[in-house]
Design a protein around this ligand. Structure first.
Ligand code: ZN
Ligand code: ZN
Ligand code: FE
Length: 750
């Protein structure tokens, strides 16, 4: 029985080799008809045996390697008279499809690259319709070669032939090139491999920017890189050549293996197996971040004898964006690297590596960037065209229109002008390639954030409203958005993080909210403390410990007094007594800092979140079973108050009685999880709500998240966790879009 169907496929279906894929499938199945591109995606007209049509429809739902199929709509047509399967002329129109992300080199290209007889043998810029750079090289739409930085490289006759041949793997592969006509590396691969083997630090230009690389097994080289990059104890990411090599370094279960080898190729944080390596690369951290090669040049380096475990860290100076041009690399990386390796394919927009974390039931995004950006997140409400600029740390931005929010790559900490410039550039590029003309600019409420100031200027410049969204509402809304939550439905939300500006002008970070996309009511919080010196205390957990003890009416233990600088106790004591120079905060991030100091783990941090990461690492290897440190949960003037006072008292006693930091940290985690569960149960009694959402940077802690999830599910709650965007401030922009789309943002009066 013959059947003829008209099929419409939408999603990321253009610039990904969809049409040759359909031709290949359809001709293999003996079907006739055509395939083409239009403004809504890909259209297919296919006729043949019904079983063959069914097979084709299954294939269309998946698509080629780089495609992200959102929907497949099928309509039956009367049988026609086509005799072959063709590619139809493209229909022009405003594109509503999405630009593909940058994708790891595919197996077919790798095989060619390693084949001495192939004309692209050893070529570091080999690519096809299934792989290679996309987002980072597109300058304008429509997506064709002249709109990318590959316009610098006119195709040679051989490449042009492939480009125009619908049966070729390189049919309309916009970045295609060969050694004859394409980009070149500034140094020979074998020289670079030798330099790395000799312990030198090499800055290598890759897909989304420069990396700084060195031999990870060479402790002296790693220490030199750490010092030159002024990195403190902050962990470095690693690159290893194969999955088997990854198994030597970290615990690899099936899920980790799948994500390590995925086309997105993120850095995967998993429990360290090589503890010696971990001590030098990620001190104090139970995890190592590992990725597999994704650019052809990475494979070539390993093939040429580069060390089997490389540090591969972003090529930037502390707090600055990753370098993408030769000039930037000369200016900023020449003091750090012993050797600079450039290439002449321009990077139009930077894109740092993505980071995901292994957890027991699913992977948690920590940084959503290369491989994912600018893929859209579908929205459950219609958004007017808008731009949201996130917060300050780990910033990403988003543009939205209709039912889509396109999220940018990682921009970084926008506390400096270089990063604000990158935000500005990214906003223009993302708006242009996704054709969003913002009718509103959305930012965080924090009056001190440069991103908010940028938003105010941009709104004034373009004459559109500047909308403000409270930080923790944005966190919870990002969670609701990624779960496609209906706009009217409310949940009990816990938004725990380091710092976020509250509607009362204090610093929040331990918030309990009854939240929907458009509305959030603060119904509880961690007990407020005075933070002496605000930001200065963030780098000095000892001060936060003193502040928490003072708030709980407890005396500082002798060990803490001994660890303080001579004048510090007196100064901090005076500040806490008078409130001078103190900021009230309900931050759970700061509570982790305080506990780390009380346990004697560390009194100063090198980077945001360090204390919490180390506490988690210690607690994760300790069996549960002990009693959690008790919090109390009582009603206060502005809702439930989760008071860690009793927990701190128990903790101090346990530590002075000689309890190990690991056991103590575990008891703290269990106690905090108990407190959250208790608050949720109380709120369910009051509101009838049975769904709990966990968002905010604290929930990058998978141990804590798992403990809370277990308790809540035991109480019959449905628990929403992040799987698509990070729980940290990297997810804020999506939340801001979601709140604004649902009508929950406040317009800033001018
Ligand atoms: Zn390829
Ligand atoms: Zn060529
Ligand atoms: Fe936050």
């Amino acid at each position: 029985m013959d059947r003829r169907v008209e099929v419409r496929v939408s999603g990321v279906v253009q610039g990904v080799g969809f049409r040759p894929f359909v031709v290949h499938q359809a001709t293999g199945l003996g079907l006739v008809g055509h395939v083409g591109n239009d403004s809504a995606g890909v259209f297919v007209d296919a006729q043949g045996a019904s079983e063959a049509i069914a097979v084709l429809l299954d294939a269309l739902a998946i698509g080629p390697r780089m495609a992200r199929v959102e929907s497949v709509q099928v309509r039956d047509l009367p049988l026609g008279a086509a005799v072959s399967f063709e590619i139809a002329a493209s229909l022009e129109g405003v594109g509503s499809t999405s630009l593909p992300p940058d994708t790891a080199v595919c197996e077919s290209c790798l095989a060619e690259m390693r084949d001495p007889a192939d004309r692209r043998h050893g070529y570091p810029f080999i690519t096809c319709t299934d792989c290679g750079p996309r987002y980072t090289i597109v300058e304008r739409l429509p997506y064709d070669r002249s709109g990318t930085t590959m316009i610098d490289f006119p195709l040679c006759p051989a490449c042009a032939g492939e480009y125009e041949d619908p049966r070729s793997r390189r049919f309309h592969a916009q970045p295609t090139a060969c050694p004859e006509c394409g980009p070149q590396l500034s140094a020979s691969v074998s020289d670079v491999a030798t330099a790395l083997a000799d312990g030198r630090i090499v800055a290598i230009k890759g897909i989304g920017g420069y990396h700084l690389a060195c031999d990870a097994s060479n402790k002296e080289a790693v220490a030199r890189l750490r010092e030159r990059k002024a990195r403190g104890d902050k962990p470095f990411a690693l690159m290893v050549p194969t999955l088997d090599a990854a198994r030597e370094v970290i615990e690899v279960d099936d899920q980790t293996a799948a994500i390590l080898t995925s086309a997105e190729r993120p850095i995967v944080l998993a429990p360290a197996r090589d503890l010696d390596l971990q001590a030098s690369v990620a001190p104090g951290n139970g995890y190592l971040g590992v990725m597999l090669p994704y650019a052809p040049v990475h494979h070539l380096l390993f093939d040429a004898g580069a060390p089997g475990t490389l540090v591969m860290t972003s090529g930037n100076r502390a707090d600055e964006p990753i370098c993408i041009t030769e000039v930037e690399a000369q200016e900023r990386l020449a003091d750090i690297a012993d050797m600079l390796v450039h290439h002449d394919r321009r990077i139009h927009i930077s894109c740092d590596d993505s980071v995901v974390r292994h957890s027991t039931d699913g992977l948690l995004p920590v940084r959503r960037s290369r491989g994912y950006a600018p893929l859209p997140v579908p929205l459950s409400v219609d958004a007017a065209p808008m731009l949201a600029v996130g917060g300050e740390l780990k910033t990403t931005i988003a543009v939205a229109r209709g039912r889509h929010a396109w999220l940018s790559q990682h921009i970084g900490d926008t506390g400096n002008l270089e990063t604000i410039e990158l935000l500005d550039r990214t906003a223009r590029i993302l708006s242009e390639v996704q054709r969003v003309e913002p009718t509103a600019i959305v930012s965080d409420l924090h009056p001190g954030y440069l991103s908010r100031r940028w938003a105010a200027d941009e709104a004034a410049r373009t004459g559109v409203p500047h909308l403000l969204v409270q930080h923790h509402h944005a966190h919870l809304a990002s969670l609701l958005a990624e779960h496609q939550w209906p706009a009217q439905e409310t949940i009990i939300g816990f938004a725990f993080d380091g710092t976020g500006y509250g509607t009362d002008g204090t610093i929040w970070g331990g918030e309990v909210m009854i939240a929907s996309l458009g509305h959030a009511e603060r119904v509880g919080h961690l007990r407020s403390i005075l933070l002496p010196g605000g930001d200065a205390a963030i780098r000095r957990p000892l001060r936060t410990a003193l502040a928490h003890l003072a708030a709980a009416g407890l005396d500082a233990p002798p060990a803490l007094e001994l660890a303080a600088e001579p004048a510090e106790l007196a100064v901090v004591g005076r500040m806490l007594a008078t409130g001078t120079g103190c900021t009230p905060t309900t931050s759970v991030g700061r509570l982790f800092d305080a506990v780390a100091s009380l346990l004697g783990l560390r009194h100063t941090v090198d980077y945001e979140g360090q204390a919490a990461i180390e506490l988690e690492a210690l607690a994760a290897v300790v069996d549960s079973g002990g009693e959690g440190w008790d919090f109390t949960t009582e009603d206060g003037p502005d809702g439930l108050v989760l008071d860690p006072g009793p927990a701190l008292m128990t903790g101090m006693a346990a530590v002075s009685a000689g309890q190990s930091p690991g056991t103590a940290s575990r008891a703290f985690h269990e106690g905090l999880a108990d407190a959250v569960a208790q608050a949720a149960v109380l709120l369910r009694e009051r509101t009838g709500l049975g769904v709990v959402g966990l968002s905010g940077g604290v929930f990058a802690n998978t141990l804590l998240t798992g403990l809370i999830q277990g308790r809540l599910e035991g109480h019959g709650f449905t628990v929403l966790l992040h799987r698509l965007v990070p729980p940290n401030d990297g997810g804020l922009a999506l939340g801001q879009v979601a709140v604004a789309a649902a009508g929950g943002a406040t317009e800033r009066s001018r």
